[in-house]
Design a protein around this ligand. Structure first.
Ligand SMILES: *Cc1c(COP(=O)(O)O)cnc(C)c1O
Length: 386
């Protein structure tokens, strides 16, 4: 494929965008340019590559690819999702303010509240499902609104277009952590967001064998700044990991479609099970964010949170599962199940956890792409142990 025509379909771009055949050999796959530096032809003349912190062809192919999938003008890849989010926050200067959704990823909460507050950034945590709360928190110093939708693990949905409008009215920017949906199902830039963040560790790479993060920008000045911080702070993604994520992206379309069918079926199974008190999944018609989510996304994904009532019941289920693996993380081909209060959200203080509804009976599952019957059978036998 030559260039990157916007009118090609999602999976065609996932396989081809930013990845012309290798000009030297014709290799169909972008090679892993495992090199630290590049030879200059003569003094003052090189091929556009000087040093791999600044430019690397494998990383550039990945960056062009994700930019195409999210509909952005530029992408920048980092060593983890948190490294990408740290770089994003360098847009905010000392004395400036950020409005953030109170239900964000635990590591994001830790970075903002325990690291960045030391540098004079201030944060107001709001229930972003209520746009009035976002609006009320805005001040003259607000530079950035940061949301995740749906959130982890409460699956709360924020109206992206509404949040963008509020941010822009006060000359702030909207950043959306789109890790849970992937661009297959949700493209926040199309709804007015300015920057999209991903932990590529999750669905984009999809195979639980690499950590990474990307920022996708819609404004040239932001793309330039992220490139500048990437080279200055040095948190970029390695050539090998860039290769792995590119490889994962080629099957993003088919994987997400299978995650979606399995996810919906598991959510329905859980919501009709007598031992399950509550199921949080935006695909269920009684989910409070169902309609907004349907407006801004084309799928519901594979993340489901359910409540079995107590720590003891959650432990009984988790210890009994055989096909589903107990572990942090999400978005891989294998089903992973976790206990947010003691695992992913252990760094959120108990009072804060209670406020956002993360009780001890909550279990969060990232439904993989295994055979559905095996997943339902496994959950069924484990729930019997309560
Ligand atoms: C995992 C995750 C992150 C952090 O990404 P890492 O790659 O683990 O650093 C950020 N946001 C969300 C929603 C995540 O799930």
């Amino acid at each position: 494929m030559k260039g990157d025509p916007k009118d090609l379909g999602f999976s065609t771009r996932a396989i081809h965008a930013g990845q012309p055949p290798d000009p030297v050999t014709g290799a169909v796959t972008v090679p892993i340019y495992q090199t630290a530096t590049y030879i200059h032809d003569e003094l003052g003349k090189h091929k556009g590559y000087e040093y791999s912190r600044v430019q690397n062809p494998t990383r550039e192919a990945l960056e062009a690819n994700v930019a195409s999938l999210e509909g952005g003008i530029g992408g920048h890849a980092f060593a983890s999702g948190m490294a990408a989010i740290s770089t994003l926050l360098t847009m905010v200067r000392s004395g400036e303010h950020v409005v953030a959704s109170s239900n964000v990823y635990g590591g994001t909460y830790r970075l903002f509240s325990q690291v960045l507050e030391r540098y004079g950034l201030s944060f107001t945590w709001v229930d972003a499902t209520r746009l009035e709360a976002v609006e009320e928190a805005m001040t003259d110093k607000t530079r950035l609104v940061f949301i995740e939708t749906p959130t982890n693990p409460m699956m709360e949905v924020t109206d992206i277009a509404g949040a963008a409008e509020i941010a822009h009215k006060r000359e702030a920017l909207l950043a959306v952590d789109n890790t849970f949906m992937s661009p297959r199902f949700q493209r926040p830039l199309e709804h007015g967001a300015d920057v999209v963040v991903h932990s590529t560790t999750k669905f984009l790479n999809g195979h639980s064998d690499s950590l990474g993060g990307v920022l996708i920008s819609s404004r040239p000045e932001d793309a330039e700044w992220f490139a500048f911080v990437q080279k200055s702070a040095g948190g970029m993604l390695s050539p090998f990991d860039s290769f792995l994520v590119l490889r994962g992206l080629k099957t993003l379309g088919v994987r997400m479609d299978r995650h979606e069918t399995n996810g919906r079926s598991v959510a329905e199974f859980l919501s009709s099970h007598p031992k399950v008190e509550r199921v949080l999944y935006p695909g269920l018609p009684d989910h409070p964010g169902h309609e907004i989510h349907q407006r801004q996304a084309s799928g519901f994904g594979a993340l489901i949170t359910f409540d079995v009532g107590s720590f003891a019941a959650a432990k009984a289920v988790l210890d009994r599962l055989e096909v589903m693996s107990l572990g942090e993380s999400l978005g891989g081909v294998e089903t992973l199940i976790s206990h947010p209060a003691s695992m992913t959200h252990a760094s959120v203080p108990p009072e804060e956890r209670a406020k956002i509804g993360i009780g001890d009976g909550l279990v969060r599952v990232s439904v993989g792409i295994e055979d559905l019957d095996d997943l339902l059978g496994d959950l069924g036998q484990a729930l019997e142990s309560i």
